[in-house]
Design a protein around this ligand. Sequence first.
Ligand code: 4NP
Length: 158
Amino acid sequence: MPSVLFVCLGNICRSPLAEAVFADMVKKRGFGDDFTVDSAGTAGYHVGEEPDERSVEVCRRHGVPVDSVCRQLEKADFTRFDYIIGMDSMNMSNIEKAKPANSTAKIALFGSFGDGKVIQDPYYGGKDGFEKTYKQCVRYSEGLLKAMGYDDASGGKL
Ligand code: 4NP
């Protein structure tokens, strides 16, 4: 059963959006039960909080349910999840710093499953940033699913 953990800095803007988009995509394609999907932050500033209202709003607009609660990345995640996916270069270096010696997770930049770009932190910007983040999450989720051996069109495992 594949498991994916999306990681950003605060776990209130980008990674809850990535989690929601990816979970919705696998559900709509009929293999939601196959997957465990979660998100976490490398920092603990917002632990216990709901996602940023701008992430909730963009999900609502696109009909994607979002229901995560902020938590911090922990050592056990590195053996619990098959994939740990960061949003930008700072996330990637923080993930590497937190990684225990017994880590079994595949660690990758989300954008590496698409155009190779980072997902910039939209926290201090306007609403546009959240729409851009959403679109990147959709594209990279397609690529991640394909990389995991799931067919994007038929909804079946390749
Ligand atoms: P995120 O955005 O990493 O996409 O959740 C941020 C949210 C909050 C903060 C930084 C980034 N912060 O510094 O509080």
